[in-house]
Design a protein around this ligand. Structure first.
Ligand code: SF4
Length: 159
């Protein structure tokens, strides 16, 4: 991902638009000063359904009872699922410096592998912070345009 981001840096320097969405999303979030309280929109601004019309948090969790919301996606199980997964309630996320950029890790990954990927996530986000610093110093026009196009994070609060 860092090699891809360095390629993006070179392309941006030649006038290209953002193409690496993982990087652009992180940079936009940092620039907006926004805090992510959940890792993604699963169960929040989208759900997945199985062939029988039963709803689950996302496509990766279909068939897993831990992520089953029942036949009505707006029911209490979905709200309880989201309330329980706020990053400030998770361990060890509560004391992780990256928590408001990460949001607590992919629900499906955490269920399958606990938080084995945290060093990878923190390493990537540390790189993104450095990338943001480079952009803000050398190519602030990219941030001006990105602020204008600031994404709507369903689970992000301004701080
Ligand atoms: S990097 Fe790991 S510990 Fe830190 S917020 Fe993300 S999931 Fe939690």
């Amino acid at each position: 991902m860092i090699r891809a981001a360095e390629a993006e840096w070179r392309q941006l320097g030649q006038g290209a638009q953002w193409r690496f969405s993982n990087l652009a999303t992180a940079v936009k979030q940092i620039h907006a000063g926004a805090a992510r309280t959940l890792p993604c929109g699963a169960g929040d601004n989208y759900v997945s359904a199985d062939a029988h019309g039963e709803f689950f948090a996302c496509h990766r969790t279909v068939g897993d009872e831990r992520f089953h919301f029942g036949a009505h996606p707006d029911g209490a199980r979905r709200r309880e699922f989201l309330a329980a997964r706020q990053v400030d309630l998770q361990e060890p996320c509560r004391s992780c410096w990256a928590r408001y950029l990460c949001g607590g890790g992919c629900h499906a990954e955490v269920a399958a592998h606990d938080r084995a990927g945290c060093d990878f996530i923190r390493g990537w986000l540390e790189y993104c912070l450095g990338f943001y610093d480079r952009v803000s110093r050398a190519r602030p026009r990219l941030l001006a345009s990105k602020r204008a196009e600031a994404p709507h994070f369903e689970n992000v609060v301004e701080v």
